[in-house]
Design a protein around this ligand. Structure first.
Ligand code: PEP
Ligand code: MN
Length: 331
């Protein structure tokens, strides 16, 4: 937690405040950003019961709970094998909603590897609204995904739904995806913080930016700083589209967190023919990458067929990105 202090605090008042905090059981360190002074507090289970008193201390202007985020320095990071996210180059993550068979993911991986895409997506544990819908191939699906990715020199990303699957997931994937429905599964987030894998954290379908960033704190607290934020649309009163893709999230989350922000227009709009426009708009908004559902036979997809692009539509979109990226001075 960070206590932002009033600008007119005098040196002896600061000393008094630090002493008072010490008596309450907090270790403090002073932070100075331009003319603004703040105190970084080390919270422990012992002093947590005193947190409610912090607001009333003299010279405390504001309490910022995003302590770990405030201390992040890096703008981007390597995902694996020198694939960098958050720099000048944007990254594409493409593939089917679900891994359906070995030949399906192999063929899609092959076709995707012919484009500038470096990351293959594919769900093996699927969070379906209906328990009667296809639930994913589980471990077998993860193996197919990993084999296909390795064969065509791609990285792979897949969703971890349950922490009991974590060891298996760590073995097979390069990036662990946390789905919308699990953005506030705090025990899962804590466990992910203890790994060193990049975590792709999708925004909950009714989560505010602040709630998303508090979920990030859970991961960072454990020591894992490689977090990717993903805007994938939120629930609004509009029902024509599956979700409302909130592109304001891109510049705002980048500013508030310094973490790479990607956009998933497939789930964001939910209607195939609008996905390319929303993908291009996401790049214009400053996204560091895109996640797109792509299939050789979208209409036959086991899940999310309405929003899945064909390989040809995906290739066309990739072509359309070139002049835009050039104008944006990105690669
Ligand atoms: C997915 O990526 O297939 C998925 C289930 O996404 P979300 O969690 O955004 O619904
Ligand atoms: Mn999907």
């Amino acid at each position: 937690m960070i206590l932002e202090l009033s600008s007119n605090i005098k040196p002896h008042e600061l000393e008094d405040l630090i002493e008072q905090l010490g008596q309450m059981g907090y270790q403090t360190s002073i932070q100075k950003k331009e003319e603004n002074l703040s105190l970084l507090l080390n919270q422990t289970p012992q002093n947590v019961s005193k947190d409610h008193k912090l607001k009333s201390l003299a010279h405390v202007k504001k309490i910022n709970p995003l302590k770990e985020i405030a201390q992040l320095k890096a703008k981007g990071f390597d995902l694996a094998h020198n694939v960098h996210l958050g720099g000048q180059a944007i990254q594409l993550m493409a593939g089917p909603c679900s891994v359906e068979s070995q030949s399906q993911i192999d063929e899609i991986a092959y076709l995707i590897s012919k484009t500038p895409t470096k990351i293959l997506r594919g769900g093996a544990f699927k969070p379906r609204s209906s328990p009667y819908s296809f639930q994913g191939l589980g471990e077998k699906g993860l193996k197919y995904l990993k084999d296909a990715a390795e064969k065509y020199q791609l990285l792979c990303v897949s969703e971890v739904m349950d922490s009991s699957d974590l060891d298996m997931m760590l073995e097979h994937v390069d990036i662990l995806q946390v789905g919308s429905r699990n953005m506030q599964n705090y025990s899962l987030l804590k466990k992910l913080g203890q790994t060193q894998k990049p975590i792709l954290l999708k925004r909950g379908m009714s989560a505010t930016y602040k709630e998303l960033l508090l979920s990030v704190e859970y991961i960072l607290m454990g020591g894992n700083q490689r977090v990717i934020l993903c805007e994938r649309g939120i629930r609004t009163f509009e029902t024509y589209t599956r979700n409302t893709l909130d592109l304001s999230a891109v510049p705002i989350l980048k500013e508030l967190s310094k973490l790479p922000v990607i956009v998933d227009p497939s789930h964001g709009v939910g209607i195939r023919k609008y996905v390319p426009q929303m993908a291009l708009s996401a790049l214009a908004a400053g996204a560091d990458g895109l996640m797109l559902e792509v299939h050789t036979h979208p209409e036959k997809s086991y899940s999310d067929s309405d929003q899945t692009l064909s390989i040809q539509e995906f290739e066309k979109l990739v072509e359309q990105m070139s002049p835009l990226l050039e104008a944006l001075k990105r690669a």
